[in-house]
Design a protein around this ligand. Structure first.
Ligand SMILES: Nc1ncnc2c1ncn2[C@@H]1O[C@H](COP(=O)(O)OP(=O)(O)O)[C@@H](O)[C@H]1O
Ligand SMILES: [Mg+2]
Length: 356
């Protein structure tokens, strides 16, 4: 019962509900409990069995988790902890973002037959770029430049909270995943439509420009309500990326300001040298577009759009408030004092009443 609701890891992270399943990991909404009733929602990302037994993968994963944990920025999902369960599978404990990912946010408009509002999309782009830029300009504790690149900017890795705060998840994890001997093709599924072309055919390393390209694809797709390079088969997606033919966004969305279209198209140039010099340059360009817009694009309308997206998607108004989860009668919460050897214990949960 190591991957079931109620499982407690390391004596303090209790899995509440499976929130998402990627190719190589499962994301759980979980709670961490401390003394005196202290409770905090967290996300627990568990690396699927098998990968944790590949030394090269593990080494890279540990390294990336370590680097990720030093990234401290409001637009980057904070990594709290890193551990290994009794079956030797690794997991990351991260800040929980209560809201939706950008893929679902965008789908919620598509499902209603609308295009996503471009001013909010641009605002999400700006916030994402703030997080990316912080990582690109990261310094080590001695002040030496130690940039880190995301490598996996996809709609699922841009999280928008009900509070209207945008956060980039899974920094650098893609690097570890690349190193893993990928034996199951579904592991990379869906990601291939976002990788920068120079990383595919010129063998170039990830860079600020490759992250910007990926974000360009994401923003293009949100605005166009359709995939850009993504195809049913990964090989076709890769071919599309390498060709890098970008249909005119201005034709699909005649309502967009030309400066917004121009900014996204510049991020999508085939030659990385023709893109923006830095994520900050790109965000300043997007900010310039929004300066001419009367409608507010701060956290309040963004948060409201997330609440509406959840409604359209049939999601509950909020995720279950963890303080309303109670252990089964007779059971008690495990505390850190219970020790690591108890972590395979699963305590059944009774969901509390949903807050209206
Ligand atoms: N820190 C988090 N807070 C809230 N939800 C998250 C968090 N991390 C991931 N998720 C959700 O779980 C889903 C699966 O995550 P993941 O395994 O990284 O796959 P992917 O990024 O490919 O979608 C995400 O799409 C997102 O909706
Ligand atoms: Mg992710």
């Amino acid at each position: 019962m190591i991957d079931a609701e109620g499982t407690v890891l390391a004596g303090r992270y209790q899995l509440v509900e499976r929130s998402g399943q990627g190719g190589m990991a499962t994301v759980w909404r979980a709670v961490t409990r401390g003394a005196a009733g202290f409770i905090r929602p967290v996300a627990v990302k568990r690396i699927l069995g098998g990968l944790s037994h590949q030394p090269e993968f593990v080494q890279m994963f540990v390294e990336e988790a370590r680097v990720g944990a030093t990234l401290d920025h409001p637009n980057v999902v904070q990594i709290h902890d890193f551990g290994r369960d009794v079956l030797d599978n690794y997991y990351l404990v991260m800040e929980w973002v209560e809201g939706v990912d950008l893929g679902r946010w965008s789908q919620s408009y598509e499902a209603a037959g609308w295009h996503a509002p471009w001013h909010l999309t641009a605002a999400i782009g700006i916030e994402s770029l703030r997080g990316l830029h912080a990582a690109h300009t990261r310094a080590d504790p001695y002040g030496n430049p130690a940039p880190t690149f995301h490598r996996d900017v996809t709609p699922g890795n841009v999280l928008i909270g009900l509070n209207g705060i945008v956060k980039i998840a899974d920094f650098g994890l893609a690097r570890a995943m690349d190193r893993a001997r990928i034996t199951r093709p579904e592991m990379v599924k869906g990601k291939t439509g976002y990788v920068a072309p120079e990383m595919l055919d010129d063998g170039l390393e990830a860079s600020a420009q490759s992250d910007m390209f990926s974000l360009g694809v994401v923003l293009w797709e949100v605005l166009a309500s359709r995939p850009l390079f993504r195809a049913a088969h990964d090989l076709d997606s890769l071919r599309n990326v390498i060709k890098c033919e970008v249909p005119s966004l201005a034709e699909i969305r005649p309502d967009l300001p030309p400066a917004l279209v121009g900014t996204i198209e510049r991020a999508l140039r085939r030659d990385p040298r023709e893109r923006f010099g830095s994520a900050r340059e790109m965000l300043l360009e997007l900010a310039r577009v929004l300066r001419r817009v009367a409608e507010p694009t701060d956290a309040a309308p963004l948060g409201q759009s997330v609440a509406l997206a959840r409604e359209r998607l049939g999601m509950p108004p909020r995720d279950l408030p963890p303080e309303e989860l109670v252990p089964l009668e007779g059971a008690r919460w495990l505390t850190p004092e219970d020790g690591l050897d108890r972590e395979e214990l699963a305590i059944p949960l009774i969901p509390g009443r949903r807050r209206e």
